[in-house]
Design a protein around this ligand. Structure first.
Ligand code: 13P
Length: 244
C-alpha cells in the first residue's frame, strides 16, 4: 500500500560498536510521525543486533539480499524464512550492486522477490539505469524491462512490494537526479505498475539522497520516500531525511 517510507541501506558498513551507537541515536532522535515508516537494512550478521535494539520501536529493520531458495545446499545464502525469524520486515532485492557485482539477472531478482513474499517479507525491488544507458536514451526501456521481469513472476502480488528507482549513476557519487528527472522516471514506473494493478504501491528514490535534497525529492507527486545509502550511516542526516 502506498505510504511514505524511508529505508536506510547500510551496505557493508558497520560493526557491533558503531551499529549500537547509530541505533541508539536513531531511537533517541526519531519522533515517528504517523504518516511515514522508517527502516534500516543491515548486514546479515547484525540483524539480531538490530532486532534487539529496535523491537517494539517505530523503526523497522531488514536485510540487503535474500536467497531465491527456501532451504538446501546453497552455501552462503540466507533464506527469507531465516530473515523473518529475526523480525525482518523488508529486504532489498535487485540492488544495482547485486546486479553489477554479483551478476544477478532480472530473472534472479524476480525469483528473490517471490521468495521474499513467500517468506512473509516485503521486497524492496530496485531498478535503475547506468549512465551509458541514460545517455543513450534507454532509461525507460531499462527500468521497464527490470520491472516487467518482477511483475511477470509476481502478478497481482506486486501490490505487496515496494519499488525503488535508483539510477546507477547517482549511487554513491554525490550526483543526485534532479527532482524533475527522478519524477519523470517514477511516473513511467507507476504507470507501468498499473499492468499488475500495483500503481498504488510506494515508489522510493535512491541515489545520493541527503538531508539537503530530501525534501524537494519527496515533494514530487510520484516519489514516496527514499532508499538511502551513505547518509543512513549518520544518525542526524538520516533522521533529517526521514523527517523531510
Ligand atoms: P547512496 O545514498 O550512498 O548514493 O546509495 C544509494 C543506494 O544505493 C541505496 O541503496
Amino acid at each position: 500500500m502506498r505510504g511514505k517510507l524511508i529505508v536506510g541501506n547500510w551496505k557493508m558498513h558497520g560493526g557491533l560498536a558503531a551499529n549500537s551507537a547509530l541505533l541508539v541515536a536513531l531511537l533517541a532522535g526519531w519522533k515517528s510521525p504517523a504518516d511515514r515508516t522508517v527502516a534500516v537494512c543491515v548486514p546479515f550478521p547484525y540483524i539480531g543486533q538490530a532486532r534487539d535494539a529496535l523491537a517494539g520501536s517505530a523503526i523497522a529493520w531488514g536485510a540487503q539480499d535474500v536467497s531465491a531458495h527456501v532451504s538446501g545446499a546453497f552455501t552462503g545464502e540466507v533464506s527469507a524464512g531465516m530473515l523473518a525469524e529475526f523480525g525482518c520486515r523488508y529486504v532489498l532485492v535487485g540492488h544495482s550492486e547485486r546486479r553489477q557485482l554479483h551478476g544477478e539477472t532480472d530473472a534472479v531478482v524476480a525469483a528473490k522477490a517471490a521468495a521474499a513474499l513467500d517468506g512473509g517479507l516485503t521486497p524492496v525491488v530496485c531498478v535503475g539505469e547506468t549512465l551509458a544507458e541514460r545517455n543513450a536514451g534507454h532509461t525507460p526501456a531499462v527500468v521497464w524491462r527490470q520491472l516487467d521481469a518482477v511483475m511477470s513472476v509476481l502478478g497481482g502480488r506486486m501490490t505487496l512490494t515496494v519499488l525503488a528507482y535508483e539510477p546507477v549513476w547517482a549511487i554513491g557519487t554525490g550526483v543526485t537526479a534532479t527532482p524533475p528527472e527522478a519524477q519523470a522516471v517514477h511516473a513511467l514506473l507507476r504507470a507501468r505498475l498499473a499492468a499488475a494493478g500495483a500503481q498504488g504501491i510506494s515508489v522510493l528514490y535512491g541515489g545520493s539522497v541527503k538531508a539537503a535534497n530530501a525534501a524537494e525529492l519527496f515533494a514530487m507527486p510520484d516519489i514516496d520516500g527514499g532508499l538511502v545509502g551513505g547518509a543512513s550511516l549518520d544518525a542526524n542526516e538520516f533522521l533529517a531525511i526521514a523527517a523531510a
